[in-house]
Design a binder for this molecule. Sequence first.
Ligand code: F6R
Length: 364
Amino acid sequence: EKAGFEHFMIKEIHEQPKAVHDTINSVVKDGAIDLSEVGLTEEQIKNISQIYIVACGSAYHVGVACQYVFEDLAEIPVRVELASEFRYRKMVLDPNGLVIIVSQSGETADSLAALRLAKKKGVKTLGIVNVVGSSIAREADNVFYTLAGPEIAVATTKAYSTQLIAGYCLAVQFAKVRGSIDDTQYAHLIDEMQQLPDKIAKILEDKERIQWFAAKQANAGDIFFIGRGIDYAISLEGSLKMKEISYIHSEAYAAGELKHGTISLIEDGTLVIGVLTQSELYEKTVSNMVECKSRGAYLMGLTTYGNYNIEDTVSFTVYIPKTDEHFATSLAVIPLQLMGYYVSVAKGLDVDKPRNLAKSVTVE
Ligand code: F6R
């Protein structure tokens, strides 16, 4: 059932082009996004004055990435909340808000409790859920199903990738309905989204190069992932993949925040992975990487084809294809999933069932 792959995780990593394609095609029809199955009317979309994205773990990281997309395209304020915090904080919720709960399993205890709390407070809820008929899917007012198929490996890959797509589709359609993007931008964004599966497949073709680099990092004590904006969201997920399956301590830092304390941890040889997919923030992050390098860090850069001057600063570079920058997370996460996976394999660990972790967290 691993279809010739050594682990479920690497099999599921390779299933991402299809999972992403299927999820896009479940809502994109004749060049337009159709949310009628999700059940949101244009009237409702126009009336949303605040979005709350609530989730745990990788699903929370989807929220962090999508916050930038919603705010930039649809111009709706967004708060991203950890479900385990949201549910205990006495939050004042906007009555015209929309609470989006993101969950692969649809059974995560804190996410389910957050959903129930939002409903009790009379705020509209929408679940982005993978498992059909799960508790969150049943109880949310509206559901956007991701079509990742069953995910077996504890560390999420394809479900995460499809959750991003659900977030993009909502953001792009909200932007269209609310008039914050024009028809040309709308068509462009949908076209860029539809190209993501092929670009993900292209990145996967280069996996041996990442495997080679990952194997050399197996003895690393600490790894830092840094980036700004959407690149910070990508860093969060890259760091989580690394620690959960490779048992290497890692941190994700908003690049500009490093010098407020954490840079003191950079020593000779510490691996710092800089994520640079956002052109407006590129130079700023490069200068933070230079700061790390001057304190002894060993640098890897993850950036878009064309940014070749990164090689003046870093020792190892992974390039990803160009896309609309709102969607860069979908591409940049792939090499980071592979990094986590291959470090774990190089260390001989139980990749699919890392210690202390469960696939579905139904305890609080
Ligand atoms: C990490 C991972 C977890 C889940 C989290 C939420 O690889 O899989 O962080 O993302 O436990 O799970 P769901 O999406 O089922 O609510």
